[in-house]
Write a protein that binds this ligand. Structure first.
Ligand code: FES
Length: 249
């Protein structure tokens, strides 16, 4: 795993001699990426190119792919290795078709991530950091993935599955085994308890109608004279000259 070991260990399918080249389609993407940067700052494209390489290789980043990126941007391979070993989004060892990142940070832990972890481990027969023998699933426990409102949750490849229970976790795993993971929800992630977003068990309780803006002085902001701190409340529509310090002057 990327975070576990910063050094490379040769395996039969991952040495400097292993063949890797981008597809034609990805070379077109690379050209678009590099066109965003001045010619002498090509290395700014290292991260998006590594991401492309990882997607092309099936979710992991062979050494030869990093070398290819270094060659394209014209830097020493070590400069690319430094990036790939720093960011945990890059997997430098093979992962399963469904790469599960289980959040174990405090809000998720309080809401039951340990149960979700046990459920996955028992159901698939793997431990944290391992891949199933059929190459379908890899489990990795990670820190907060920013979906704490819908804890506990996992990230499966690019997608978030939230508000998990042991039961819905098993349903999710079984759906993946059949090659049909549930489609994402309206907001790009899927709370597995029927919520649409992060509205909580009581449903929507705030901002249920269009909020009313405070009344604006006639003419609005643009026709007003220069704003100074003493009159800023007037400019913001929260008061009148009569109610502010301006009157006292
Ligand atoms: S603590 Fe799990 S997503 Fe933030």
């Amino acid at each position: 795993m990327s975070g576990a070991n910063a050094s490379h260990i040769n395996t039969p399918d991952n040495t400097t001699e292993t063949y890797f080249d981008f597809t034609e389609e990805n070379y077109e993407r690379i050209n678009r990426i590099l066109s965003k940067y001045p010619a002498n700052y090509k290395q700014s494209g290292i991260i998006p190119m590594l991401d492309l390489a990882q997607r092309q290789a099936g979710g992991w980043l062979p050494l030869a792919a990093m070398d290819k990126v270094a060659k394209i941007v014209g830097v020493a391979p070590m400069r690319v290795y430094e990036v790939a070993t720093f960011y945990t989004m890059f997997n430098r060892e093979k992962v399963g078709k469904y790469f599960m990142q289980l959040c174990g940070t405090t809000p998720c832990m309080i809401c039951g991530s340990e149960d979700i972890k046990r459920t996955i481990e028992n159901h698939l027969g793997i431990k944290d950091g391992e891949t199933t023998e059929d190459g379908l699933f890899t489990l990795r426990e990670v820190e907060c993935l920013g979906a704490c409102a819908n804890a506990p949750m996992i990230q499966m490849n690019d997608d978030y599955y939230e508000c998990l229970t042991p039961k819905t976790t098993i349903e999710l795993l079984e759906a993946c085994k059949k090659g049909t993971p549930p489609p994402m929800g309206k907001w790009g992630s899927l709370p597995m308890n029927g919520q649409v977003s992060c509205e909580g068990p009581q449903g929507k309780t705030t901002l249920i109608e269009e909020p009313k803006a405070p009344p604006l002085r006639e003419g609005g902001f643009s026709s007003f004279e220069k704003v100074d701190p003493a009159t800023v409340k007037v400019h913001m529509g929260y008061g009148t000259y009569e109610e502010t310090a301006v009157k006292a002057e």
